[in-house]
Write a protein that binds this ligand. Sequence first.
Ligand SMILES: Nc1ncnc2c1ncn2[C@@H]1O[C@H](COP(=O)(O)OP(=O)(O)OP(=O)(O)O)[C@@H](O)[C@H]1O
Ligand SMILES: [Mg+2]
Length: 364
Amino acid sequence: MQAGASDFITKPWTNQQIVQSVRTSLGLAAAGQIGKQSEPPSRDDLNGRYDLDGIVGRDPGLLRILELATRVAPTDASVLVTGESGTGKEAIAEAIHRNSERRSGPFVKVNLGGISASLFESEMFGHTKGAFTDAHQSRRGRFEVANGGTILLDEIGDLDTSSQVKLLRVLQDRTYEVLGSSQPRTVDVRVISATNRNLTEMVALGQFREDLLYRINLITVHVPALRERPDDIPALAGHFLELASKAYGKVGMSIEAAAFRWLRGRPWPGNIRELKNVVERALLVARGDVVTVADFAEHAGAGAAAGRSHALPDVGSMTIDEIERAMIIKSLRHHDGNVSRVADSLGLSRAALYRRFEKYEIEP
Ligand SMILES: Nc1ncnc2c1ncn2[C@@H]1O[C@H](COP(=O)(O)OP(=O)(O)OP(=O)(O)O)[C@@H](O)[C@H]1O
Ligand SMILES: [Mg+2]
């Protein structure tokens, strides 16, 4: 693989798997993917050829990855989407699916960071009724649900080592066993993975299997951080303002020019997701039709250090348990239900967080 082979087949194989592998290699060759790095096409050109709805931006770096993503979309090549948190990895993965032959099939997103090792198999492969003590009903696994379509293995860098082995097998020969049944099943899926972690580094540290990495990263798409493409910030802010004005019924709003400049100059550690939240909040607090620097700055700047003690509720108004519960829910919303991140941000282990979900009857 290091010398440039695009795939490898392990014994015993299934014919379907070989056919898929050959087809993918031919498709990639036809797409001119191998070793080409040219000028990016224009945004209008891409829009004319592909469905890129909901993806805003004209930065050359972004156009280059959109071009790569759409070019390999029609093949079944496995794609690894990397990039910092909130850069739009999921949006890119969805665009690949929408521009592939599988577009009318399902697009199934699985957050691997939120699946514990003990539940991995039943979640991914399903189980029959009675397969284990709590299996009162049979359950379809995520791979079965994704059959004929695309599966997005999100946060793949958070997968524990025992689950990595189980995942490798199904990616290798497209077969798996439903828990409680020894009948192997075949699945026809396109695999897209996403992570904000450096998998190559994790391989070197022995935290991620090298063979699994080879399996998932035939094509790697690295989504640039927002601070690397500041020219896209005004368009993105305008886009989110429009979405939020519709959602909150505050139409006819605009952003003042100085505010666009202010937004452009910020570092955006939380990338596009953070920008989206900030625009939404500013729209809600704005008094007139025009969102001003003050509307943005009120929350963004002061919030972190100074506002912290003021933000706590009045003494006697909440118990520790109530605060804990509220904080967990707030964090879940902030991280879109990503349990690993929620646990990190609250300084808890995943297990400790799951215990609190139970205690406070929170559905993550
Ligand atoms: N180019 C874009 N144009 C418009 N909206 C975008 C773009 N990229 C991402 N978004 C929006 O920004 C938000 C975050 O994007 P997304 O969930 O794809 O990021 P992510 O990289 O998967 O984040 P995380 O690492 O936190 O999972 C979403 O609401 C998405 O719709
Ligand atoms: Mg994501």
